[in-house]
Write a protein that binds this ligand. Structure first.
Ligand code: XMP
Length: 478
């Protein structure tokens, strides 16, 4: 017997408002991404070559989310970018770059330039003996001078286990910018910088690991994870995402299992669209499950292959299964407005993954293009001809030399400026939705479950209508 079940997209439904004593500004949108990784906003950026490289990953993590560095990069380049994000912010730099007192000014300048840093602790057999900074070198023209002729001897230090209050006091009292940390015997154990303390103060919502570094993820595939994982682990990557279009397949389930058992890494499996796919990925060891086949703005999978499930129902049914195992789900693709984030979380997701809405930001790696006097940024599917040529074909089960049969398109999106203010529009939209429903935090919204199905007339009524928009809004365009 033919069974056709009815499934819904975000546009088919609305959350029904209810009595509320929650002010949007007080809504708590912290969430659990996967395993013991928590974010301060429920947004991660898509593992796409026009969305997430190191700049986007840094900017998003500073605001409380996380980026997933795409895999159209060589394993070495991807790991390098992860390392850049992890080193961007610290409480204590655990392995600071150092010099020996016998090295020359030429060496020091070269090292400072290479690592883009302005001060280096000087060590002798592991013992701290000085510090040399850009200030010491400012008027030095003799490149052959030795470090110990210019360094500040007996620098101010922190001893043993330290904290930011004590470090801040020393920065203040001595007007210095770098504070080496030493053990009782005087061995260098770390470095605290004013810059890091300032960054922590400027970004109070930053998504941080236990050491105070930004959280970042990387995409891998069943074909390449053995090459990528050791390098990603060396660079302290927090989690990997099995970036595939069909997560309910033998190779993906096996890869999830290996990543868990062999590398012990936090792994997000995907993509699937229903309870059975979710259960299989969880049983294989996924710490979170990513949902979505074909909802993405650049996706043509549903049209090319004739498969897929409308995203609202896919998230709802997958999240119901995942809840039984206490595993979070991530709604990936199809977010067009901030209200879709509220709907995705209302359907049970803990986090959303976004491509399109972030691709137009300054921090995305897509090229800027000028078209009819306005600035756009390039945005393309990882299954588009261009992206496949750059390496992503295996996401769609294609072999390296196959002629591309794309499942995505290449396009452009309007340039939107910097991430910070735009993200604020998205998160405030979500908080407004929580206020209307009386949900004080993400878990309350996940369990709210009061939706109404709307007709095409209802959708038309929901959008701005019967008016010519004369002023662009920062959070709405048609
Ligand atoms: P949005 O709607 O945010 O979706 O642009 C981003 C998500 O779309 C997926 N993706 C693709 N899906 N063909 C597809 O069928 C593609 O070429 C493609 N590229 C990306 C991916 O899950 C991403 O996070």
């Amino acid at each position: 017997m033919l069974t056709i079940s009815e499934k819904y997209s975000y546009d088919d439904v609305l959350l029904e408002p209810a009595y509320s004593d929650v002010l949007p500004g007080n809504a708590d949108i912290r969430t659990r991404l996967a395993g013991d990784i928590y974010l301060n906003i429920p947004i991660i950026s898509a593992a796409m070559d026009t969305v997430t490289e190191e700049q986007m990953a840094v900017a998003l993590a500073l605001q409380g989310g996380a980026g997933v560095i795409h895999r159209n990069l060589s394993p070495a380049e991807q790991a390098k970018q992860v390392g850049f994000v992890k080193r961007y912010l610290n409480w204590i730099i655990e392995s600071p770059v150092t010099v020996n007192k016998g090295q020359t000014v030429h060496d020091v300048r070269k090292i400072m330039k290479q690592y883009n840093i302005s001060g280096l602790p000087v060590v002798d057999n592991g013992l701290l003996c000085g510090i040399i900074t850009g200030r010491d070198l400012r008027f030095c023209s003799d490149m052959s001078l030795k470090v110990d002729q210019l360094m500040t001897k007996d620098p101010i230090v922190e001893k043993g286990s330290t904290n930011t209050t004590s470090a801040r006091k020393k920065f203040n009292a001595h007007r210095i910018e770098k504070l080496p940390v030493v053990d009782e015997a005087g061995h260098l154990t770390g470095l605290i910088t004013v810059k890091d303390i300032e960054k922590h103060e400027n970004y109070p919502l930053a998504a941080l690991d236990k050491a105070g570094s930004l959280i970042v993820g990387a995409a891998v595939s069943p074909m390449d994870f053995e090459k990528r994982l050791p390098l990603l682990i060396d660079n302290k990557c927090d989690f990997v995402v099995l970036d595939t279009a069909h997560g309910l397949s033998r190779s993906v389930l096996k890869a999830v299992e290996s990543i868990k058992t062999k590398y012990g890494m936090t792994v997000i499996g995907g993509n699937v669209v229903n309870a059975s796919g979710t259960k299989a990925l969880i049983e294989a060891g996924s710490d979170a499950v990513k949902i979505g086949v074909g909802p993405g703005s650049i996706c043509t999978t549903r049209i090319v292959a004739g498969i897929g499930v409308p995203q609202f129902s896919a998230v709802y049914e997958s999240a119901e299964e995942a809840e039984k195992h206490n595993i979070p789900v991530i709604a990936d693709g199809g977010i067009k407005f901030s209200g879709d984030i509220t709907k995705a979380i209302g359907a049970g997701a803990s986090t959303v993954m976004i491509g399109n809405l972030l691709a137009g930001l300054k921090e995305s790696p897509g090229k800027e293009v000028l078209y009819e006097g306005r600035i756009f940024k390039q945005y393309r599917g990882m299954g588009s001809v261009g992206a496949i040529k750059d390496g992503s074909g295996d996401r769609y089960q294609m072999k390296q030399n196959d002629k591309p049969v794309p499942e995505g398109v290449e396009g452009r999106v309007p340039y939107k400026g910097e991430l910070g203010p735009y993200l604020q529009q998205l998160t405030t939209g979500l908080k407004k939705g929580m206020g209307y429903c009386g949900c004080k935090d993400i878990n309350e919204l996940r369990n709210y479950k009061k939706f109404v199905k709307i007709s095409n007339a209802g959708l038309r009524e929901s959008h701005a209508h019967d008016v010519t928009i004369v002023q662009d809004a920062p959070n709405y365009s048609v």
